[in-house]
Design a protein around this ligand. Structure first.
Ligand code: KG4
Ligand code: ZN
Length: 336
């Protein structure tokens, strides 16, 4: 079965063709980062307008790379939430129009289900059940994944997401938007322990997270350092990354302990973070656990994960009927 995946929930336009037997055939991604950079964050209206320009050319390129025609598509999967309402509407409208034109079913996908299943696009793929640590720009959640469609929330952030904290720290350090990768690179040159930053909720005993206090602590520290001193900035970036990684790794271990599981899956943009990957790999090895990450290019938003999640949803009868559709900017994953 050949599934077309379309992702437009935020500032990346992703299109992919996933074959349920052969795997990912081709994918194309257009990032709007350059366009939003001047504003220091995503401008929703600009995002929507740009998605309109990108989807169909990306679709043509993806089909060409896969060597398939539009008529080969068996179903269309499109992100319908959570995300920016206007941006979601663009993808949903185009996806449904293609479905109508081709006479093929359309399935509305939950963006986080896409992230959650993205490690299944790598080899070796994790086996169910597993604990998933979902760390993106908008969400930080710990989930128990029993199987396709069986997702239970174990804990989540009470304020900012981990990716948001990375982006705000990047801004404070003058690294631009979005700054996760830049903070990570700068931290490589920093010395551990040069600054003491809080590890919010590290000992809360539950699987909740909080990152807004950490952001404020970075702000306070930034005001005290000589911003022209590259080493001081690197030391502060290092302190921030160490604090985030400490919390995420500790909570992941707690989740494995509490559920009695031995497999951890990490997904979402922050899952691309080198320091987090290294720490979780080391922790897992020390305890005999297994840890899985999506391929680096599938950590951040993309159409491939949406095609895969669409296929999973079709297996449980999730295609929408009659051509009517709606988007859900806010949508708990358990209801997907
Ligand atoms: O999953 P994603 O592409 O979009 C959302 O669904 O939110 O995640 C984007 C987030 C941004 O906050 C970005 O700064 C962060 O992931 N990110 C990283 C890295 N790559 C992306 N954070 C830390 N280290 C990275 N290497
Ligand atoms: Zn995402």
């Amino acid at each position: 079965m050949l599934i077309l995946g379309i992702e437009t929930s935020c500032d990346e336009t992703g299109v992919a063709l996933y074959d349920s037997a052969a795997g990912l055939l081709a994918q194309r991604l257009y990032s709007q980062v350059q366009m939003h950079r001047d504003y220091g964050g995503v401008v929703p209206e600009l995002a929507s307008r740009d998605h309109i320009r990108r989807v169909l050319p990306l679709l043509d390129e993806t089909l060409a790379e896969a060597g398939r025609g539009r008529e080969a598509i068996d179903a269309i999967a499109v992100t319908v939430g959570p995300g920016l309402a206007g941006a979601l509407l663009v993808g949903a409208a185009i996806g449904h129009a293609i479905g109508y034109a081709l006479g093929k079913p359309v399935v509305g996908v939950h963006h986080l289900e896409g992230h959650l299943l993205s490690p299944l696009l790598a080899q070796p793929a994790p086996r169910f059940p597993f604990v998933a640590l979902l760390v993106s720009g908008g969400h930080t959640q710990m989930l128990r994944v029993g199987g396709l469609g069986d997702y239970a929330l174990l804990g989540e952030t009470v304020d900012d997401a981990a990716g948001e904290a990375f982006d705000k720290t990047a801004q404070l350090l003058g690294l631009g938007y979005p700054g996760g990768p830049a903070v990570s690179r700068l931290a490589e040159f920093g010395s551990a322990g040069a600054y003491a930053l809080p590890r919010p909720m590290l000992h809360s005993g539950d699987l909740a997270f909080s990152f807004s206090g950490l952001k404020t602590a970075v702000l306070t520290a930034v005001r005290k350092i000589d911003s022209t001193c590259e080493q001081a900035r690197a030391d502060l970036a290092r302190a921030f990354v160490d604090a985030v990684v400490d919390v995420l790794a500790a909570k992941a271990l707690t989740a494995l302990q509490q559920t009695g599981m031995t497999t951890l899956v990490v997904a979402g943009g922050v899952g691309a973070n080198a320091q987090l990957r290294a720490r979780l790999r080391a922790d897992a090895q020390a305890r005999g656990h297994e840890v899985f990450f999506p391929p680096l290019d599938l950590c951040t938003d993309n159409g491939a994960m949406i095609a895969l999640a669409g296929w999973a949803k079709l297996q449980r009868g999730g295609a929408s009927a009659g051509g009517a559709f709606a988007v859900r900017p806010r949508w708990p994953l358990e209801q997907a």
